[in-house]
Design a protein around this ligand. Structure first.
Ligand code: ZN
Length: 110
């Protein structure tokens, strides 16, 4: 049991660090997500509700920072722009540079 508890603690720490990353990006982008959740999603990396609630797949915690940034920026931008139109793409490029094309494809993997 002691091992399980320790593992849970580590996961809690990772989630806290990840939420801090999300908040940092939110500040840069100029948005304020109402809530940020991390849970197992299976079908996609993240989703954004119209009420401003962001949910990220817990598998993202094991991905490299560059990948997490892509998904995080993508979802945060949806708080500004709900679609994937021209404005969304140019904002994505402005924040992620060359990673932007990948960010557009990966986040909504089905
Ligand atoms: Zn999207």
């Amino acid at each position: 049991m002691a091992v399980m508890t320790r593992k849970k603690e580590q996961i809690g720490e990772r989630i806290a660090l990840f939420k801090a990353e999300v908040n940092r990006w939110a500040g840069r982008i100029g948005v304020e997500p109402k809530e940020v959740h991390v849970r197992s999603m299976k079908r996609k990396w993240a989703s954004c509700s119209s009420a401003g609630r962001l949910t990220f797949d817990s598998a993202i915690l094991r991905k490299p920072t560059s990948f997490r940034d892509q998904v995080v920026v993508h979802e945060l931008l949806h708080l500004k722009v709900p679609n994937h139109g021209q404005l969304f793409r140019s904002l994505l490029r402005a924040h992620l540079g060359t990673n932007a094309t990948e960010a557009l494809q990966d986040t909504h993997r089905a």
